[in-house]
Design a binder for this molecule. Sequence first.
Ligand code: FES
Length: 79
Amino acid sequence: MIIILNCIDINSHFHYDQGMYVCICNNLTSKKIEKAMDSGVSDTKKIYSYYNCSPKCGKCISYMEDLINNKTSISSSNN
Ligand code: FES
């Protein structure tokens, strides 16, 4: 029997310093999303593009939008 594993590195789920997983399909964590936003990326589609991927199941999109909106509102309230 041959078992083909998904391309996501299972061990990477346990790297707590990477933040929590937002998009399991594309291995995107909250830290990766913050990094993209710090580089000027400000919407969901561009986050995927920044990491050369695209939504697959789509379950992460609303949560990712919430993260972006929260970070944007915090940043603007600090100015
Ligand atoms: S969890 Fe992000 S596309 Fe599936």
